[in-house]
Design a protein around this ligand. Structure first.
Ligand code: PXP
Length: 255
């Protein structure tokens, strides 16, 4: 089993703060450069249909400026497909999107949207992007992602994070078990397994310990925590927690 566990830092909410006032400060591109210096392996940005945080100009500047890979999160719409094909980011994560939601509240139903989504996977992988589907920890979604030729999935871990912080121990245990099961099953199908949504210093350990997960994408908490200790410190601390949890799970597995 590989030790690799990459950290993708989502800079959307730097743009949220900027947009609260208009103007250019704080700049998500500057945050992306700082994140790279602090040990991020990639930068993540979600260009939403309503442009509520990242703008088209941010995306263009991120593509031009950063020298680590960029993951573009996008809804499966023709407008976004055109943009993704034009910029050719390293990776694209297809997410469900509803205007009225505050954030991405659940995973895509790849099984239901099979025919619609396959076209996106074909065109984006043809453009050399690593395409992932943002899905719930569910074997059916792993099968569906595999069947449309997606090379990767990102498991939505929000239900686990919510259960750990606001639910019972049994609920958290049940949710992490779903993640462990889906990650093992998906990796067995040959999918690259990523995870994200709602991860904090308190919730990262058990997710980072899942050996099949090779990438965590984290945004809101890191940007929020940066208010108190700086972005560099919040990323370095997250990275250390991830690496410690993964090293411990590997040594337990080998023991
Ligand atoms: N991964 C995906 C696919 C997302 O849509 C998001 C944002 O909702 C994240 C990761 C990051 O989640 P958070 O901001 O809660 O860390």
């Amino acid at each position: 089993m590989s030790f690799e566990l990459r950290l993708g830092v989502n800079v959307d909410h730097v743009a949220t703060i900027r947009n609260a006032r208009g103007g250019g400060h704080p700049d998500p591109v500057r945050a992306a450069q700082l994140a790279a210096a602090a040990g991020a392996d990639s930068i993540v940005a979600h260009l939403r249909e309503d442009r509520r945080h990242i703008s088209d100009d941010d995306l263009a500047r991120l593509m031009e400026t950063i020298d680590i890979p960029l993951t573009l999160e996008m809804a499966a719409t023709d407008e976004m497909l055109k943009i993704a094909l034009r910029h050719a980011p390293h990776a694209v994560c297809i997410v469900p999107e509803r205007r009225e939601e505050r954030t991405t509240e659940g995973g895509l139903d790849v099984a239901l949207g099979h025919n619609h989504l396959k076209r996106f996977v074909d065109q984006l992988t043809g453009n050399k992007a690593i395409v992932s589907m943002f899905v719930e920890p569910d074997r059916r979604q792993m099968d569906a992602a595999r069947s449309i030729g997606a090379p990767a999935v990102e498991i939505h871990v929000g239900a686990y994070c919510d259960a750990l912080t606001g639910g019972t121990e049994a609920q958290a245990a049940e949710q992490i078990e779903r993640i462990v099961d889906a990650a093992g099953y998906g990796a067995g199908l040959g999918l690259q397994i990523h995870a994200g949504h709602g991860i904090t210093f308190d919730t990262v350990g058990p997710v980072a310990a899942v050996p099949e997960i090779v990438e965590l994408n984290i945004g809101h908490f890191l940007i929020g925590e940066a208010i108190f200790g700086g972005l560099d410190s919040s990323i370095r601390h997250m990275r250390a927690l991830m690496d410690t949890a993964r090293a411990r799970s590997q040594s337990e597995a080998g023991a």
